[in-house]
Write a protein of this length. Structure first.
Length: 193
């Protein structure tokens, strides 16, 4: 074996070693992505609405009967509770619990607003009276039909992004701890709203 052949062989070996440092991770990633058994762990507490639905504002009105402003669901992260029927003590307790969730966000609390939407049968005067971050709207059945049933099959609690897209749902009977964890994660990762 001559010295130039040995140098060529060593050079090829080094080239293949360096090339494998770049190629092997890419091939491994493609294999993992395409394999059926492997999926990344999702730590969301609520149910992701796929694809996100843009909420149409038609059918949403203020308490005095005027149409809601076109940007009523935009600009901030929104926790929405659609209510059909009477807003009894259960809905008032839920409004208080959602207020505590918002306050638990601390410095990010101003990035989130709460909205209760009812079908007109709700006595809205007692719901969240004196709370500046709570908006109460009256809605038609057409607007309320945009909300898919939550995991327990009833209307739940929903998160909409600052663009007015419905993103996640939670059962109204569940713990607010999961909602708080998801909101903290969304606000930490998001620069909008």
């Amino acid at each position: 074996m001559s010295p130039p052949d040995d140098a060529k062989r060593r050079g090829r070996r080094q080239f293949l070693l360096v090339a494998s440092l770049f190629i092997v991770p890419v091939v491994t990633a493609v294999v993992l992505y395409r394999s059926v058994d492997w999926r990344p762990v999702v730590n969301a507490q609520g149910t992701l609405i796929e694809p996100p639905r843009t909420l149409a504002i038609t059918g949403l009105a203020l308490a005095n009967g005027e149409s809601a402003p076109t940007d009523a669901l935009q600009g901030r992260w929104t926790v929405i509770r659609p209510v059909t029927g009477d807003c009894g003590e259960r809905e008032r307790a839920l409004a208080e619990e959602l207020a505590r969730v918002r306050l638990a966000l601390d410095k990010d609390a101003d990035r989130v607003r709460r909205i209760f939407v009812h079908d007109g049968a709700c006595a809205a005067a007692g719901l969240g009276a004196g709370e500046s971050d709570l908006r109460v709207y009256t809605a038609t059945g057409e607007f309320l039909a945009q909300f898919p049933p939550s995991v327990d099959g009833t209307a739940g609690i929903y998160i909409a992004d600052p663009h007015g897209n419905l993103m996640m749902s939670y059962p109204a009977s569940g713990s607010a701890r999961g909602l708080l964890k998801d909101l903290e994660r969304l606000l930490r990762l998001s620069s909008i709203g």
